[in-house]
Design a protein. Structure first.
Length: 430
């Protein structure tokens, strides 16, 4: 077969699939001339429905065959954005100018517009990556969302096996559960933040606990010692103490690194400022939950360490798992809700202090209620069954607040709002 015949034997097409449709829509591309895609029926070779895809420009992008070929005779194709209003994304990265397309590349019109899969089929050639899937491009594996979590899990499993006969096993398990819990939140938010930034925020709140920050929680009772001496057996005294200590102090401490990142982002240049800073509610939730995860992890480990010292390793394990898993409806939920208002204030700078005040007060009140019930139960002033039922209700309420904040943040996000309004768009995987 000559090179010309081999070139013609390829059937190149884009596939568009929607969940609401039973079959994929296929658009063949000419190997002889450029193919323009957009909403304008007069100038486009492939016309997308203007009423269905309003984010697509009249002339959005162009796919052109190149004269050069690979050594196998397979043709190359170049994709070029035609200065579209909302941009073109290839495998999740915004297209700048033009680039060479690879087989199975995902092409998206705007951040949340229709998505296509670039395919190049032929009948006489089998790609090496089809025989050895592991040779597929690393970007494909990474963007699947399973590569990094799987590798991290393997590392933690090996570490736990290596420490199964000592107490370090519990600490490694605690770290894994905390990371897994935050990963769930990260996926729910549908937005990426650098891992080093999230880890830094966790360390910023976790490490001070190891250096004696917990002693500072007695500062408010000391300042108001006369009040607490007068009401020490009164529920009012307990409420005020927990509101000042667990509510106001701890919630402020957990979001303090987020506020610093909020300010730092204003001094960075694009695109770092958008990647690192706080510009919308989703940003605030991601950073605040990361910060709270570090705080909650160290706080839980300190309690587990005390339990191990007094009752042994098994008692520490039975305490560790509910503490860590419960933080997504406790410390993490309170701060995540506050983070929503931090991000919201970035979108509404004229109402910044009012929004920050609402978020601070709400998260502090939720935290205070949980702390009061825990304190009453610890002092045996509350029936065990009733106390656990109240904690379940409070935890569920905090979790609902956090999930509601994530959903509302997605709706408010300039990136995710369209996707939230049109949940049926998706790509058929194969």
């Amino acid at each position: 077969m000559t090179r010309q015949h081999l070139y013609r034997s390829f059937l190149t097409q884009l596939n568009l699939s929607e969940v609401s449709e039973s079959e994929q829509t296929q658009y063949p591309i000419s190997p002889d001339k450029p193919t323009v895609i957009g909403r304008d029926p007069n100038s486009c070779d492939i016309v997308l429905d203007s009423t269905k895809y309003q984010e697509v420009s009249r002339q959005h992008l162009k796919i052109s065959p190149l004269s050069s070929t690979f050594s196998s005779g397979m043709p190359q194709w170049e994709i070029c954005d035609l200065e579209s209003r909302n941009g073109t994304y290839v495998n999740g990265q915004r297209l700048q100018g033009s680039q060479i397309l690879q087989v199975h590349d995902r092409i998206k019109f705007a951040r949340n517009g229709p998505e296509f899969i670039f395919e190049c089929e032929q009948h006489s050639f089998i790609n090496v990556s089809e025989i050895f899937p592991v040779l597929s491009r690393k970007a494909d594996l990474h963007q699947s969302g399973f590569l990094v979590p799987g590798i991290v899990t393997v590392i933690f499993v090996v570490a736990m096996l290596a420490t199964q006969n000592n107490n370090n096993f519990l600490y490694i398990l605690a770290a894994y559960l905390a990371i897994a819990s935050h990963y769930v939140i990260h996926k729910l938010c549908h937005k990426h933040k650098p891992w080093w930034l999230l880890v830094s925020l966790g360390l910023a709140t976790g490490l001070p606990l190891l250096t004696g920050f917990h002693k500072l929680t007695d500062v408010f009772p000391d300042i108001s010692s006369e009040f607490f001496l007068k009401h020490q057996e009164n529920i009012l005294g307990l409420i005020v103490k927990e509101f000042l200590k667990a509510g106001l102090l701890e919630e402020f401490f957990k979001v303090l690194p987020v506020l610093l990142v909020y300010l730092l982002g204003r001094f960075l240049q694009s695109p770092k400022r958008e990647l690192i800073g706080v510009w919308e509610p989703i940003d605030g939730i991601l950073l605040a939950t990361a910060s709270a995860t570090g705080f909650a992890l160290v706080e839980s480990l300190m309690k587990v360490h005390e339990e191990i010292q007094s009752k042994g390793s098994f008692a520490g394990l039975t305490l560790l798992i509910p503490l860590i898993l419960g933080d997504i409806s406790g410390q993490v939920a309170y701060s995540g809700y506050f983070g929503y208002f931090i991000g919201f204030s970035a979108m509404k700078p004229k109402k910044r202090w009012r929004l920050l005040g609402i978020g601070y007060l709400t998260s502090s009140v939720l935290h205070t209620i949980g702390a009061i019930v825990s304190e009453l139960q610890h002092e045996h002033k509350l029936d065990f069954l009733i106390g656990n039922m109240l904690l379940a209700v409070i935890g569920s309420l905090a979790y609902i607040f956090l999930m509601a904040a994530i959903l509302k943040a997605a709706h408010l996000s300039p990136i995710n709002s369209h996707q939230s309004a049109n949940p049926h768009h998706s790509i058929d995987s194969y």
